[in-house]
Write a protein that binds this ligand. Structure first.
Ligand SMILES: CC(=O)N[C@H]1[C@@H](OP(=O)(O)OP(=O)(O)OC[C@H]2O[C@@H](n3ccc(=O)[nH]c3=O)[C@H](O)[C@@H]2O)O[C@H](CO)[C@@H](O)[C@@H]1O[C@H](C)C(=O)N[C@@H](C)C(=O)N[C@H](CCC(=O)O)C(=O)O
Ligand SMILES: Nc1ncnc2c1ncn2[C@@H]1O[C@H](COP(=O)(O)OP(=O)(O)OP(=O)(O)O)[C@@H](O)[C@H]1O
Ligand SMILES: N[C@H](CCC[C@H](N)C(=O)O)C(=O)O
Ligand SMILES: [Mg+2]
Length: 480
């Protein structure tokens, strides 16, 4: 494809000759530039990509997307005040076509669970569906890990194009606040966008809750197609803001939850291996369904997923019935092992205060005795949430063990100390395996063990190393 065929896709102005150069690909890291590549030069959190423009041109870049005024010699300068957005639109024009139906989910918690459930519901309805998020690029028969919840723009758009070539017609992806801020998914038409909830996370990156919320709202104010549908979990404190935004913009609206009107949750009662729901549709018709997943939070995510399926043409009765066939989401209240005493051991991905509260609330009704929780907090992530995580755990669980999560480049003991400051009465065991073993060893027959924070993760990030570590495997080894 020629460069000037692509540049009609963006409003950025083209400076310099070379419009008829052949484009072979896209890169945002100069080390990945090959002859014919369009290079995106972005100011980043660690370094300034503009410092690598000359190197990129030497490696064969035919055009550089960068801010106006930046020096670009030997290649076309595609100037834009928002180079990340312009680059994404160009790349989307290059990588298209994409699956006809793409939906996005944002929110502090629930994104992975919701996109995975949406993929399952679409598949049950006979569609060739996929999801992209924390668990990777997932289709009916394989999963490829990308390392990010919302992959970088080139990885994302090239993978989405690859899915379309494989015949995928329905895609659900997680729109993280970082991904939205960095325009990682721009250029892909989003037919429906879902909001799950907003609570404290990622303030190390966004600075404050206002900026964090604004980043997420961009999904509804700019990314969602004008003829698309906003799907809102109506019971969150910020839900009203999303609903108002969608109405003001003229988007169709699907609301779910106890305060929802499309799918109104009128009754929820825990059962041995899940929960019974009564859902009222907008005609006042009640529908009963047995959800094979435990916890109010999974009922919430399942309703949002059902809302996304309805928003993209799904049949109401079929969609609600299919909720009873949902499979558990890896690392989200995953029943990992049974202790020798008979106590079940669950693994969950809770790594924010709100998530820890939700995971504990999910298990409490099933515990005849104590709920024993192992928690930790990630390094190089919002430090302010750590003490609150400790507070929430010690407030709602009967026994708390504070351990390491992914310390990354921080001092593990310092991270644990911050969590311990809030975790009244907790004990501290730095080594994660020892902490899990201690929790399982002390669990009695009526108790439940919850190992929180890492969920599906297959490694523990310490400095630059990723040490093999899977909570489920370790729990099974400790329970054996
Ligand atoms: C803080 C953050 O979001 N960083 C992401 C961001 O990096 P950045 O734009 O700040 O880039 P940088 O590292 O400062 O470099 C600036 C630019 O120079 C380029 N570069 C850099 C070095 C070089 O030698 N040559 C070169 O061209 C880089 O490719 C980049 O475009 O863009 C990169 C490319 O897309 C991402 O890999 C990187 O993710 C880092 C590794 C990361 O840890 N991100 C986490 C925080 C993240 O994104 N998490 C979210 C949230 C998960 C959730 O919802 O909880 C996620 O979506 O996963
Ligand atoms: N709807 C919800 N409300 C509150 N807590 C939730 C909800 N859904 C999930 N959680 C909690 O958050 C954890 C993470 O869930 P999930 O992975 O689905 O969220 P996510 O938004 O994808 O997270 P991340 O941003 O880290 O990728 C779960 O293990 C659970 O503890
Ligand atoms: N166990 C991980 C969970 C967060 C990972 C992801 N949501 C991110 O912020 O990159 C940690 O706390 O380090
Ligand atoms: Mg996720």
């Amino acid at each position: 494809m020629k460069l000037n065929q692509l540049t009609t896709a963006v409003q950025g102005d083209i400076q310099g000759e070379g419009g008829d150069a052949l484009v072979s690909g896209f890169a945002i890291d100069h080390r990945k530039v090959a002859p014919g590549t369009i290079f995106g030069a972005f100011q980043g959190a660690r370094v300034n990509g503009e410092d690598f423009i000359a190197d990129a041109v030497r490696s064969g870049a035919v055009a550089v997307v960068a801010r106006p005024g930046v020096t670009v010699e030997g290649a076309v300068h595609i100037a834009s005040d928002e180079p990340r957005a312009a680059f994404a639109r160009l790349a989307a024009a290059f990588f298209a076509p994409f699956p006809a139906t793409a939906v996005a989910v944002t929110g502090t918690n629930g994104k992975t669970s919701t996109v995975e459930m949406t993929r399952q519901l679409w598949r049950m309805a006979g569609h060739h569906a996929a999801s992209i998020g924390t668990l990777g690029v997932t289709t009916a028969d394989e999963r490829t890990y990308t390392g990010l919840t919302t992959p970088d723009v080139v990885t994302f758009l090239s993978n989405v194009a690859g899915l379309a070539r494989e015949g995928v017609t329905h895609l659900a992806f997680e729109a993280s606040s970082h991904g939205l801020t960095q325009y990682r998914t721009e250029g892909l038409k989003v037919s429906a966008a879902a909001f799950t909830n907003l609570s404290r996370d990622h303030l190390d990156y966004h600075g404050d809750m206002g900026a964090y919320l604004a980043a997420k709202m961009r999904l509804f104010s700019e990314v969602l197609s004008l003829d698309g549908t906003a799907v809102v979990w109506a019971d969150d404190v910020e839900s009203g803001r999303v609903i108002d935004l969608a109405r003001a913009r003229g988007n169709k609206l699907v609301t779910v939850g106890t305060r929802g009107s499309t799918l109104k949750l009128v009754e929820r009662h825990p059962t041995l291996l899940g929960q019974g729901l009564v859902i009222e549709d907008e005609h006042g018709q009640a529908h009963k369904v047995q959800l094979p997943l435990i916890g109010a939070y999974q009922a919430a995510n399942a309703l949002v997923a059902a809302g996304l399926v309805l928003a993209t043409g799904g049949d109401l009765t079929t969609t609600i019935a299919n909720l009873s066939r949902l499979q558990p989401v890896r690392g989200r209240l995953e029943r990992a092992a049974i202790a020798r005493s008979g106590a079940p051991v669950y693994v969950d991905y809770a790594h924010t205060p709100d998530a820890i509260e939700a995971a504990i609330a999910a298990l409490k009704p099933h515990a005849g005795g104590r709920l024993i929780v192992v928690i930790g907090a990630g390094g190089d992530r919002d430090p302010g949430k750590r003490e609150v995580m400790g507070q929430v755990a010690s407030m709602h669980a009967d026994r708390v063990i504070v351990t390491d999560d992914n310390p990354r480049t921080e001092d593990p003991a310092a991270i644990r100390a911050q969590v311990m400051r809030g975790a009244t009465g907790a004990i501290e065991i730095g080594d994660r395996r020892e902490a899990i073993a201690a929790a399982i060893a002390e669990a009695g027959e009526q108790d439940i063990v919850l190992i929180a924070g890492k969920g599906h993760e297959q490694g523990q990030i310490v400095g630059d190393l990723v040490l093999p570590f899977d909570d489920v495997t370790v729990a099974r080894e400790c329970a054996a």
